[in-house]
Design a protein around this ligand. Structure first.
Ligand SMILES: Nc1ncnc2c1ncn2[C@@H]1O[C@H](COP(=O)(O)OP(=O)(O)O)[C@@H](O)[C@H]1O
Ligand SMILES: [Mg+2]
Length: 219
């Protein structure tokens, strides 16, 4: 599903933020992505959501060698991926509903199906009464829940979530984790970067541990 071989990532001429990364993540796996702030968690997820290309090494996603894939192929891979960005990236001029619906509309789903799916998803994350609000009118935690709803609503085969519960209390964080667990149980591959020891304890799964841009062996 995901294969990295000697992957490194540099931004410009600065020192590598990821170096010598070797990993195999089988289809349907759940992996925590752990490490101190600055360890490279977001950078690793950025490679996997094709927001950056490896500076060196080989990366395969869904069996496709990303390091030499054409743009149309990369676009197709992106559609099979759901991402919760650490900085959320909600579209400020679209309502909560439309932010979540956008992806389904791009996929050509019928509008009445979209209405059902998006409403149900937003109710699940506790935002059933905020469908028409603009993101700017929401709290940080509410915005985070919109970002999570948007990432999972099309049930992507690959879900990448970058500290998706940082602004949430424990009850809400666990509730969102249940969405990821459900997706995982339906067969998706799920990677979640977090600092929450509480979540890692409650949802025991193997981890990719980063330290200063290198992957540690998971003990
Ligand atoms: N766009 C960028 N340009 C230059 N350096 C960056 C950029 N993004 C991240 N970095 C650097 O890469 C390192 C890893 O960052 P990041 O992947 O965000 O770590 P984490 O998500 O684990 O906190 C940090 O030293 C950070 O300063
Ligand atoms: Mg980060």
């Amino acid at each position: 599903m995901i294969r990295l071989r000697e992957v490194s990532l540099n931004y410009g001429h600065a020192a590598a933020v990821l170096a010598g990364i070797d990993a195999d993540i089988p289809a349907g796996a759940f992996r925590w992505v752990l490490g101190a702030s600055g360890a490279g968690k977001s950078s690793l997820l950025r490679l996997l959501n094709l927001g950056a290309r490896p500076s060196a090494g080989r990366l395969e996603l869904f069996g496709v060698p990303v390091h030499r894939a054409r743009r149309a192929v990369l676009a197709r891979l992106r559609r099979r991926t759901g991402t919760v960005f650490q900085d959320l990236r909600l579209l400020p001029e679209l309502s909560v509903f439309d932010n979540v619906a956008l992806r389904l509309r791009l996929d050509g789903l019928a509008e009445d199906r979209i209405e059902l799916e998006v409403t149900e998803m937003l109710r699940w994350v506790g935002l059933g009464r905020k469908l028409r609000a603009l993101p700017g009118a929401l709290s940080g935690g509410e915005q985070q829940r919109v970002a999570v709803a948007r990432a999972v609503v099309h049930r992507p085969p690959l879900l990448l979530a970058d500290e998706p519960t940082g602004a949430l209390d424990e009850v809400q964080a666990v509730r969102l984790m249940q969405l990821f667990v459900e997706l995982h149980q339906m067969g998706s591959t799920v990677l979640v970067a977090t600092h929450s020891e509480m979540l890692v304890r409650r949802f025991p799964n193997p981890a990719l541990r980063l330290q200063r841009g290198r992957l540690l062996d998971d003990a």
